[in-house]
Design a protein around this ligand. Sequence first.
Ligand code: EPZ
Length: 432
Amino acid sequence: MDKFVIRGGNPLTGTIRVSGAKNSALPCMAAAILTEDEIILENIPQVWDIATQRRLLSSMGAEVRPADAPNSTTIRCRTLSDPVAKYEIVKTMRASSLVLGPLIARTGVARVAMPGGCAIGGRPIDLHIKGLEKMGVTITQEHGYLDARAERLHGAHIVFDKITVTGTEDLLMAAVLAEGETLMENCAREPEVADLAALLTAMGAKIEGAGTSTIRVQGVSRLHGARYRINPDRIEAGTFLVAGAITGGDLTVANCNPEHLSAVIAKLQEAGARVDILGPDSVRVRAGEQLRAAGISTEEYPGFPTDMQAQYMALATQAEGVSVIEENIFENRFMHVQELVRMGANIKVEGRTATVRGPAKLSAAAVMCSDLRASASLVLAALIADGESILDRVYHMDRGYERIEEKLAGVGAQIRRMGNIFPPRDEPADAA
Ligand code: EPZ
């Protein structure tokens, strides 16, 4: 099992570059199902979840291969010989929630393993199913699989009961080939939705309102190939901004989109970090005076992102005062708390609220990664802890952060990996 060894104490200085957004790449790769033409995607991060998505598409009959430029991938679903999202692939990454809609739209049939939950919550897909049924899909569930059929998808008026990112993306990919108009309300406004819509539009789809809570789609009879460059990963960028602030360094985060980081930048400034937008693709973070407590409440975009909650909590352990952190999106997203407490943090959890008292001196420890963003939180804590920490099960980190140890070492972190370089030779035993 891969481990990170991190010695704390070095301020991070210099420039660190952000990769493409994993959560844009995943739906954009699924969108290739919608056409028999070739889709070329650029700025794809080399992370475990992308490798899994490639395997899933190949298992269905897609031709998937690296494209001409680095971090690019070419996908061609000339035929889909086996439109099944198999459990042994889906269990490592909940990808089936993003192929259900496109498979139905393209082939009229789909058999996808129920994605199951993960460390942070139950992760149901009932809203995906509800929307697809309104578009004419018949869905049955048995033996852990969803079997979906539709003669021809037709447009519908869909109002999401809850805001769901992949629910919005899944149904958007169904709607673009459905007969007639689909109106979707209470949609997710995350930039990844707009990224997907931009690719679909380049493929010939007719979409209005992506990135807002109301999306209107005029179905078309077919879509054609396209080449598209994925947006930068706003969560990786936010993670690096916290790294610069928590280590008291002077770090420029390049290849990012500051417009997608407003809530994170505002909160870091409120907590006393000096954050300056240097241009359309870079942000500089420097230590201010003593970090001061500032609470967060995670919300759908453009609010403070749930995917940054764990990373912010590491920073809050160093802030003077009491920071109250509310996790409103997922029911179990405090797995990092006990590990931070083992390093000396003062955190109390009551339901979906964590109360962090700081500043607390953190000491190095052997800790366990439990999920993608919890892992990032532990890396951030280890970067300032006194001594050498060992982080186990870092494959969780490899799911969503590209070459994270090389990037951090490049700006002064004392971090090295023990074990295989990504991609790991064997699939992690419990990469659920
Ligand atoms: C996406 O997950 C992201 N994943 C998550 O990032 C992110 O944390 C999440 O959105 C929220 O921003 C990808 O884009 C691949 P949701 P998703 O549907 O779409 C409930 C990471 O760290 N819900 O927006 O699965 C659900 O339980 C990952 O990169 C239903 O009840 O999240 C949750 O409480 C983790 N029924 C809330 O909605 C449904 O049918 C928001 O979930 C769907 C969702």
